[in-house]
Design a protein around this ligand. Sequence first.
Ligand SMILES: Nc1ncnc2c1ncn2[C@@H]1O[C@H](COP(=O)(O)OP(=O)(O)O)[C@@H](O)[C@H]1O
Ligand SMILES: CC(=O)OP(=O)(O)O
Ligand SMILES: [Mg+2]
Length: 412
Amino acid sequence: MSTAPTPAPARVLVLNSGSSSVKYQLLDMRGGERLAQGLVERIGEETSRLAHTPLLGGGSAPRERTGPIPDHAAALKAVAEELAADGLGLDSPELAAIGHRVVHGGLRFTEPTVIDDAVIAEIERLVPVAPLHNPANLLGIRTAMAMRPDLPQVAVFDTAFHTTMPESAARYAIDVETADAHRIRRYGFHGTSHAYVSRATARLLGKEPEEVNVIVLHLGNGASASAVRGGRCVDTSMGLTPLEGLVMGTRSGDVDPAVTFHLKRVAGMSADEIDVLLNQRSGLVGLCGDNDMREIQRRIEAGDERAALAFDIYVHRLKKYIGAYYAVLGRVDAVAFTAGVGENAAAVRAAAVAGLEELGLAVDAGLNAERSREPRLISPAYARVAVAVVPTDEELEIARQTFALTRGQVND
Ligand SMILES: Nc1ncnc2c1ncn2[C@@H]1O[C@H](COP(=O)(O)OP(=O)(O)O)[C@@H](O)[C@H]1O
Ligand SMILES: CC(=O)OP(=O)(O)O
Ligand SMILES: [Mg+2]
């Protein structure tokens, strides 16, 4: 009597743990199917919320839980219960690996890496340079490892894509010995998204990644720009930490570094207080009290001047980076907008590109106003440079890299 061979497990669970949220997806890498996805937000507050969407076999209605979820361990337990209710529990023999987004990989991690004690220790060592992110990533890793100690768990680093930057872009102009002793340099973040979106933009243009130069604008809660030449990152706006560069939801982006000594000497603030000010009480929230672009747009329509100024500061900074990366690249084939703000806020896209016709950049108002989950062009046919909206999918990219590392090659 013959028995059919059991297929090798091919499901990957991806965890993207933020400071107060966990985004997750379960994917079947053999069929390329997404089985479930969800989000736990406001972890640690009374009003935590889990939204779970089953997608298996055409999917069914999203489920929601509200009520306190005290920490990431409890969040992951709740996620495991939701998955189990769909017959997709973490104890499933079909689960091949768990992939984790890790924000700071420092100089050591340039590739996806199977997690062991030494990897955990290094991610921990990097906490001071990613204070909002690496601690949450570690909690997700530790909880998942406790649940499935037998499974390979893979870290996919935000910094990895940016390791191709030339020294001229990666080095700050500060004393070389001091910089090297403390590993101070531009690392860059959101790399999984910049890599995915720059490739998807090339595909949208009907070209290979090697053939095109792309400026990617990842505008989420955190926001960063990158200059990608022929598929390789040559510059990016975030630096030693995810604080530098664009104006973000709660982060200032670029400021004169002397602001920090000034606040210490004149306002008597400690280093920790300045850290909290610039990372959590600045950006859009610091400028107008709201960090959600939807709310800012509603306020602008109602005639709110503080919201309008916050929007203008946000867009002014964005435009400066488009110009800077245009100059870095010399020739630009496309500017791609992605992440929550980039994919949804047509007004931000229009304002960021306004007045750049001499650079070959323009946005068609009708195309810009359309809504779609597919990558699409929003520039008029006559424009020399394509302007595109390209939804990012960090979870899919993390799943691919996790599966490739643990089970062999997957096709793009
Ligand atoms: N329809 C929309 N219009 C304008 N902005 C939006 C819209 N939907 C989401 N956003 C913005 O996207 C942000 C979240 O982006 P996202 O990429 O999900 O961030 P993160 O992954 O950093 O949590 C929200 O804070 C909000 O400002
Ligand atoms: C690195 C970073 O800023 O990530 P996020 O946008 O998820 O906060
Ligand atoms: Mg994000």
